[in-house]
Design a protein around this ligand. Structure first.
Ligand code: PMV
Length: 351
């Protein structure tokens, strides 16, 4: 291609898994299928400016919230090395990557899903601009999203679930014919109106660096005594969740979602070495949520990722009462009383 330069920009959201991905094979192939809600407001916004250069080789700079950020470089370098065979133009251009998050950094919210998916989408847009004669199938929206998800997976596994909304499945499984280990696909089943605008309020219990990186975390599943049982369970839970999403049975939804969160943590507690990633305040919050459900007919529940923060999930029609409960009983367990209100979203947007 003889295009010399240009720029592209994407906003890509975070996502929260309902059935968790924990454990992977070579090449970022998941050991089990997972499904997530795409979020709406927690996003990474990334602009990539590309300039043609003479010498071949990877060349890029990263700016995070306006400042040059050397710490991200090795991750991006590894990512570029992994995807180069699918993006042959990578060595012919210099890339200026400018990125920022809509959520505060050091909030303990994983930005790898939104961050890696945003870069993958920008690179796809650049590929489109540089290639003059794509076949019809390569020019389609489906191809674009699928390849963006495929690339995002190679940056961070869960990032492949951030391209589209509102529910995305990643990992080959019996419940979904179109599912793949290589990229995320939109959940293809029926979704009951109970899940419209489902809410996720993120309680920031611990804003510090992750105690265990997800790379280390996934490795803990090698030779883990309960690994095979867990991987099988994820298939069963995904099948159950598919039926629950169709029926709208929120009591059953709660059981799967909370059990998945605790199982993820149970895996870390029973690995070698072992970790406890919950904090005392994580448990306080879980107990308060259970007590609130006991005394009201609320369908609020929690989920966790690989850290101490709590995602509080609830139907839109409970927004007022649950937010009142959160402010009264839960924010005291958050660092600086900090929480973020989000909800299920539609996926990434080009800007
Ligand atoms: O995408 P990774 O490698 O950071 O793994 C994320 C794993 C969990 O967030 C704990 C679960 C999930 O499915 O998102």
């Amino acid at each position: 291609s003889n295009i010399e330069n240009g720029s592209v920009k994407w906003a890509s959201p975070s996502n929260i898994a309902l059935v968790k991905y924990w454990g992977k094979k070579k090449h970022q192939i998941p050991e089990n299928p997972s499904i997530s809600f795409t979020l709406s407001d927690c996003k990474t916004i990334t602009e990539i400016t590309y300039t043609k250069k003479q010498e071949k080789g990877f060349s890029f700079d990263i700016y995070f919230e306006g400042e040059k950020h050397e710490a991200f470089k090795p991750k991006i370098q590894t990512f570029f090395e992994r995807i180069e065979i699918y993006m042959p133009f990578l060595k012919d251009y210099h890339f200026k990557i400018e990125t920022s998050n809509t959520f505060p950094h050091s909030s303990g919210i994983a930005s790898s899903a939104s961050g890696m998916s945003a870069i993958a989408l920008c690179l796809m847009s650049i590929e489109n601009k540089l290639s003059v004669n794509k076949s019809d199938s390569e020019a389609s929206q489906d191809y674009f999203n699928q390849k963006a998800s495929f690339l995002a997976r190679l940056g961070s596994g869960s990032a492949c679930r951030s391209i589209e909304g509102e529910l995305v499945v990643w990992g080959k499984n019996e419940s979904m014919v179109d599912s793949s280990d290589l990229y995320g696909v939109k959940f293809e089943g029926d979704v009951h109106a109970n899940f419209n605008n489902y809410q996720d309020t993120i309680l920031l219990v611990d804003k510090g660096e992750k105690q265990v990186s997800s790379t280390v975390g996934h490795q803990l599943m090698y030779g883990h005594p309960f690994a095979q049982e867990r991987f099988g369970q994820a298939h069963v839970n995904l099948a159950k969740l598919k039926a629950i999403l169709a029926s709208g049975d929120l009591n059953e939804f709660i059981k799967i979602v909370e059990s998945e969160a605790l199982t993820l943590h149970a895996m870390m507690m029973t690995s070698m070495p072992y970790f406890i990633l919950m904090k005392p305040n994580t448990l306080e919050i879980i107990n308060k949520i259970w007590a609130f459900r006991e005394k009201t007919d609320s369908k609020v529940c929690f989920t966790l990722d690989a850290g101490a923060n709590v995602h509080v999930l609830y139907p839109e029609n409970e927004k007022e009462t649950v937010l009142e409960f959160i402010k009264k009983d839960l924010t005291k367990y958050c660092q600086n009383e900090h929480f973020i209100c989000d909800q299920i979203g539609q996926g990434a947007n080009q800007i």
